[in-house]
Unconditional design. Structure first.
Length: 383
């Protein structure tokens, strides 16, 4: 098998701080598991780059990244030093553009955001059943509300009109739903292998070991809502072993708080998935622990992108306070993606995941600095 190559893009704010810990872990893992792995760092902090070149990354950035097997990204978004009243302000809509360009350019059409409340992670909900939160939110990552079409008519005037188009295609809808069912099956299989079971009821009273819940707002946004609903019903017939469920997005927000343990796989549109995954991140212990992957499952010749759900957190940047846990879990998922099958890469992925989880369990609730957490995980990797 060929060498796997990773493009490391630390980005802005706390991005470089958490990425540093990820790279230290990769170093140790490469040595220990003799991984055929290399990486190259692309230092493109949007703020500095913009001041020097008028854009937030090189014009040929996507070409530079295209031949890698994966992109490991810290975070993007840099409004400038927030304490400086004369700061050079870089709006989010500009500094975050590369993120959306990468997702689009490399057709990373699925965004997977698992939310599992691991031992040691903070439990925000008082109900003790919230301990059992274990869901995978799958966000459609290629279209929908994020197509960036529309405009402003008569800007600034009393008669201004802003339009923002949403586009949903049957092709993208089918593939994200099918991906949801496949993930539900593989989660059920993994549970069986580890001797766990979960039960979900179907509408006709049968019991299944996994579930897919589709999210829409079909009572108000009826065109794509109806298309999602029909596509879901059609594809569900291919997966009689998976229970199906539908929630309107507003009710889903309520149930994520009221009974999050009742969800398994959740499939949502780009924006609705974005919103639900911030909520899901809190259910799993907060932004500091929530991983995320932007994947192109069809074309492995293009890089998939691995970045935690959290952002660049400019308010705590530069102080070594950021929790690298989410970044490290994300890195473990990247290794699993690169592994494709059993072997040293997969072993390394599991070792990293287990070390981070064990560290979390041991230091439950204690405030630690970024590097301290990195050190502790590395110590575990060496044991
Ligand atoms: C995320 C972020 C991005 C998104 C922003 C930064 C554009 O919120 O990855 O969840 O909306 O997709
Ligand atoms: Mn988001």
């Amino acid at each position: 098998t060929a060498t796997k190559r990773i493009a490391v893009t630390p980005g802005d704010g706390i991005g470089p701080e958490v990425v540093e810990q990820a790279v230290r872990c990769l170093d140790v893992l490469r040595e220990r598991y003799d991984l055929d792995l290399e990486w190259e760092t692309f230092d493109w902090p949007s703020h500095r780059w913009h001041q020097a070149h008028g854009d937030v990354m090189p014009a040929n950035a996507l070409e530079q990244l295209r031949d890698f097997d994966a992109i490991l990204l810290g975070a993007l978004g840099d409004p400038g030093p927030i304490t400086d009243p004369n700061r050079y302000l870089l709006p989010d809509s500009i500094s975050l553009a590369p993120l959306l360009q990468m997702r689009k350019g490399f057709d990373q059409w699925v965004c997977e955001r698992p939310a599992r409340l691991l031992p040691g992670a903070r439990q925000y909900l008082a109900d003790e059943r919230a301990r059992d939160v274990d869901m995978l939110v799958i966000r459609e990552n290629s279209e929908g509300e994020y197509v960036a079409q529309g405009g402003r008519l008569r800007p600034g005037s009393e008669d201004e009109v802003a339009t923002q188009m949403e586009v949903f295609t049957r092709r993208a809808t089918n593939r994200i739903i099918r991906h949801g069912f496949e993930q539900a099956r593989s989660r059920a299989r993994a549970r069986q292998e580890s001797g766990q079971t979960r039960q979900f009821k179907t509408l006709d009273g049968r019991t299944c070991e996994s579930q897919v819940c589709i999210i829409t707002k079909r009572n108000a946004l009826r065109y794509w809502g109806d298309m999602y609903t029909e596509a879901f019903a059609e594809i569900a017939t291919e997966y009689p072993d998976v229970a199906t469920h539908h929630e309107l997005v507003d009710a889903a927000c309520m149930k994520f708080v009221q009974c999050p343990w009742a969800f398994d796989v959740v499939v949502a549109s780009n924006l609705q998935g974005d919103i639900l995954t911030d909520l899901a991140a809190v259910l799993s212990g907060g932004m500091g622990v929530a991983p995320s992957c932007n994947l192109n499952p069809d074309d492995r010749s293009m890089p998939s992108m691995f970045e935690p759900t959290h952002g660049s957190a400019p308010d705590i940047a530069g102080q070594g306070l950021a929790d690298p846990t989410a970044m490290l879990f994300t890195t473990a998922r990247m290794l699993t993606w690169l592994a494709e099958e059993t072997g040293p890469m997969q072993e390394a992925a599991e070792a990293l995941h287990d070390a981070v989880a064990a560290d979390l369990a041991e230091h439950s609730g204690r405030r630690r600095k970024t590097r301290e957490i990195g050190d502790a995980v590395i110590t575990r990797l060496g044991q």
